[in-house]
Design a protein around this ligand. Structure first.
Ligand code: MG
Length: 268
């Protein structure tokens, strides 16, 4: 491909700026998660996101991106990603709500997402969320200098496939930094050992999108909302991670919700 030289390497103050952007995106995401309740519309969440961003002196990295019309992506149940907040989309008990928050803070992007369980959800849906969150953390553990990107990408599908789930193939994670989408692409599948080789200072948005049923998706008439082809639920978890020579540094760190991690993964 010859593109591996174009993966930006961040150093010093750039990494510090990405830590701040990541922490800001994380704080806003967690505040929005606390607002997810039966009876709340997805537009209310998106409007609140805009207010939180203003309070935190940052702006949405999604609003206006290729014409995207909202502050955040809010995707409910069979919606995979890129859902647009709507006043007539009312959250119900038993829903799963994926919220994706990306912000520009001082010119740098923090990007993260999680799927929230509303009240009592079906046990098989909870299992899907746990598997997806686990696949994210298994993949993140490969964000170390010298590892191959293909191995990181492979880890997502390798975890969820034996459990009977599928990964979406049309949408992928990405490098992140000055821009929302930088090199490289970070699919949720790949060949173990495939190049490029990761280097300290690369920053990746790793974001498993895992479906209960078919991996096939379609896009709704709003030109954005991605839904599963079979109407079964989908889960989406994302972190921005800094590749290091030691432990990966998750710049959007939050406590996992559906899984227990080995204690070695600790962050400030
Ligand atoms: Mg992303």
């Amino acid at each position: 491909m010859g593109r591996r030289n174009r993966i930006p390497i961040k150093t010093g103050s750039e990494i510090d700026a990405m830590r701040i952007a990541g922490g800001t995106a994380r704080d806003i995401l967690l505040t929005l998660c606390d607002m997810v309740k039966p009876g709340v519309s997805t537009l209310q969440l998106d409007t609140a996101a805009g207010e939180l961003m203003a309070e935190r002196d940052c702006v949405s990295a999604f609003l206006g991106y290729r014409g995207f019309p909202a502050q955040t992506c809010i995707s409910v149940n069979e919606e995979v990603v890129h859902g647009i907040g709507r006043s007539d989309k009312i959250i119900q008990n038993g829903d799963v709500v994926s919220i994706d928050v990306g912000v520009f803070k001082n010119g740098w992007v923090g990007d993260n997402a999680t799927t929230v369980a509303v009240g009592m959800i079906a046990p098989e849906t909870r299992d899907l969320l746990a598997a997806t969150e686990m696949s994210l953390h298994i993949a993140l553990d490969h964000a170390r200098e010298g590892e191959m990107l293909g191995t990181l990408c492979n880890a997502v599908e390798a975890h969820v496939k034996p459990l009977g789930y599928t990964v979406v193939r049309q949408f992928v994670g990405h490098g992140v930094g000055r821009e929302l989408h930088e090199e490289p692409q970070v699919p949720n599948f790949g060949r173990k050992g495939a190049r490029p080789r990761l280097k300290a200072g690369m920053i990746l948005a790793v974001e498993p999108m895992v479906n209960m049923g078919t991996p096939r998706v379609k896009i709704l008439g709003d030109d954005w909302t991605v839904v599963t082809h079979d109407g079964q639920p989908s889960a989406h978890f994302e972190h921005t991670v800094l590749v290091t020579k030691g432990e990966p540094e998750i710049l959007t760190w939050r406590e996992p919700k559906f899984i227990d991690l080995p204690q070695k993964v600790t962050m400030p």
